[in-house]
Design a protein around this ligand. Sequence first.
Ligand SMILES: CC(C)(COP(=O)(O)OP(=O)(O)OC[C@H]1O[C@@H](n2cnc3c(N)ncnc32)[C@H](O)[C@@H]1OP(=O)(O)O)[C@@H](O)C(=O)NCCC(=O)NCCS
Length: 172
Amino acid sequence: MLIAFAKGAIRDWRDDDLDRLVQLGDNRKIWRNLRDRFPSPYTRADGEAWIRQNASASPRTAFAIEAEGRLAGSIGLILGTDIHARSAEVGYWLGEPYWRRGIATGALQAFVPWCFREFDLVRIWAAVFEDNVASARVLEKAGFEREARLRRSAFKDGRVQDEWLYARLRES
Ligand SMILES: CC(C)(COP(=O)(O)OP(=O)(O)OC[C@H]1O[C@@H](n2cnc3c(N)ncnc32)[C@H](O)[C@@H]1OP(=O)(O)O)[C@@H](O)C(=O)NCCC(=O)NCCS
């Protein structure tokens, strides 16, 4: 797949993303805002496993974000199951050199309509640590609404934290 947006593109992962993935992904400032399954340190083996896993996934739900012709980050969905089959969780991260340039906002704005159509979803949601102002803002700029404070829902980096639940509903 390929989705172009003003500041970059969303595309499938490729084997030649490995070096840059490890370089950008090995960053505690990214790790601290994600689930613990995002590795830290981020090793070459982690990068290889990630690219391999996504190459063989069916359907593909995780993609690379490219900016200035280079790998810049990651965006993907976790599809719900059972009664949540028409909902999905969205997640993303960008390498630190790309922060604060509108790239995550542009990527999410482009990705969400594609996901609604591609997977016949009616709801896309995200949960953000209470102090992750940047990600909350990205979600708001991409049309997500804050629905709830999930009190003490997360344990990250040795600390119990609240999360903000955000969601965007399909319009048509
Ligand atoms: C969250 C993240 C993806 C934001 O990416 P980004 O491309 O820098 O975001 P944008 O440039 O599109 O900025 C969107 C808004 O957030 C604001 N913002 C960005 N970084 C900020 C920061 N550190 N503090 C406060 N506001 C911030 C921007 O000013 C902008 O708002 P504005 O247009 O009202 O000024 C990036 O910081 C990141 O990868 N963080 C670590 C991983 C993570 O948190 N992932 C999301 C988990 S839910």
